[in-house]
Design a protein around this ligand. Structure first.
Ligand code: ADP
Ligand code: MG
Length: 406
């Protein structure tokens, strides 16, 4: 894997272009959320047409897509109809009808990444089994089918114990922590009971959470973005610091594990590998997303090739771009906004105006429901890798009261 400490991609010769060469570059994206929207933005610069399939009429990608088909990415007939119109099919969410993707692949539809990858990733337990079979370090884990099983896991792994639902989990919805055996039953109930399909993970005593975006081309070439630190607030990614402030050795280890994890999967695209760094400098894999990820938004401003452009390059068979940073450091703040009808709209504009007073700050406001502030270029890394923020920013919105950054 080519880690990105200032490395540059070897220019591709004329004869090598395109590596795969999809005749009409019409990319179908299952899902039209914020990631889909940012894919559309990148596509518009590359003469790539993006069609999205999303049930929500005014989904974030809707207005920027070449075409928005309104329908469910979890409905077989709809996915089949959508696939007919696309040159290559990809995802911005993993909770899609994977059985249909498998069928379509047998009929010759080009899915990137492959349906086998989506199948593994959309079930977190299956993911864990897969990666442990490929010698990727993970927190210990175990399937649980009843309370007795959960107690046995608690005896084995100790407390706190992380209980997770296997499927349809995001933003921490699908996780529950039992601090002691007494809390097992309520944690299971909070997750919807054993019928939902649960498993447990040993608590990972991490000192930092990291993420590495890994790009994989159709020729199986792999490039890694610099490892970043992610800081979560109520299970939602709140701050991303790029690059992560840690030793060269740990950066290499994180990059190597992320690269090996992605190599064990099939198909092209960008993949986000979430990792834990423990006190004793171990790196454990948490989970992988087979798509662009919120830990990679900063790449739009801070890297030579954004994760969105990279995903499109990968799935259509263009040469991968340089993932290294063109700024010493970048920071992203992720602010959750308001629901429609709440005063968030007004606050968002205030926040944006204040953010734009900061030289070098960039705002990405995705929808009226959700807005984000990405501050790139304005953080400076010192020689020992620590951060100096050469700006101060105070913003506030109702759902992130007291948002306050210095
Ligand atoms: P999601 O799909 O919602 O992102 P994750 O499985 O990544 O769910 O878990 C969300 C957060 O919960 C992680 O980012 C981490 O902070 C914490 N977490 C997850 N697994 C563990 C674990 N085994 N030990 C300790 N904390 C964990
Ligand atoms: Mg996660």
């Amino acid at each position: 894997c080519r880690a990105s400490r200032g490395s540059h991609v070897t220019p591709v010769g004329k004869d090598d272009l395109p590596i795969h060469g999809v005749a009409e570059v019409l990319v179908g994206v299952l899902g039209g959320g914020q990631l889909g929207r940012m894919l559309c933005q990148a596509a518009s610069q590359m003469a790539i047409k993006v069609m999205v399939l999303d049930p929500q009429e005014n989904c974030p990608a809707s207005k920027l897509a070449y075409h928005h088909m309104v329908g469910s990415f979890d409905d077989s007939a709809t996915v089949q109809e959508f696939a007919k119109r696309c040159g290559v099919l990809t995802v911005e969410i993993e909770h899609v009808d994977v059985e249909t993707l498998e069928k379509l692949e047998l009929q010759g539809v080009d899915c990137q990444p492959k349906a086998s990858t989506i199948r593994i990733i959309q079930d977190k337990y299956l993911q864990k089994v897969h990666f442990s079979q490929h010698d990727i370090p993970l927190p210990e884990f175990m399937q649980i089918d009843d309370l007795e099983g959960a107690k046995r896991a608690g005896d084995l792994f100790g407390y706190p114990l992380m209980i997770k639902s296997k499927r349809l989990a995001y933003d921490g919805r699908g996780n529950a922590v039992a601090k002691s055996e007494d809390e097992l039953s309520s944690a299971v109930t909070a997750l919807g009971g054993f019928d939902r399909g649960l498993y447990v993970e040993k608590w990972a005593p991490f000192v930092k959470e990291l993420a590495v975006i890994v790009a994989r081309g159709r020729d199986n070439s792999i490039l890694c973005y610099p490892a970043v630190e992610t800081i979560h607030k109520e299970n939602i990614c709140h701050i991303v610091k790029a690059p992560a402030n840690m030793s060269w050795k740990i950066r290499e280890l994180a990059t190597d594990i992320a690269s090996r994890a992605v190599s064990s999967l099939e198909g092209a695209g960008v993949f986000a590998v979430e990792l834990f760094l423990t006190k004793d400098d171990q790196i454990l894999l948490n989970e992988v997303a087979p798509r662009p990820h919120n830990s990679g938004h900063h790449t739009i401003e801070s890297c030579y090739t954004s994760q969105y452009e990279q995903h499109l390059r990968a799935v259509v068979g263009l040469p991968l771009g340089d993932p290294s940073m063109k700024t010493p450091a970048a920071i992203m703040y992720n602010l959750l906004g308001e629901d429609e009808g709440e005063p968030g709209f007004h606050l968002a504009h205030q926040l944006i105006a204040r953010a734009l007073c900061i030289p070098g700050a960039t705002v990405h406001w995705i929808t009226q429901y959700l807005y984000y502030l990405y501050c790139g270029r304005n953080a400076k890394a010192t020689e020992d890798g620590s951060y100096h923020h050469c700006w101060t920013f105070h913003g506030q919105c109702r759902k992130a009261p007291g948002f306050n950054v210095i």
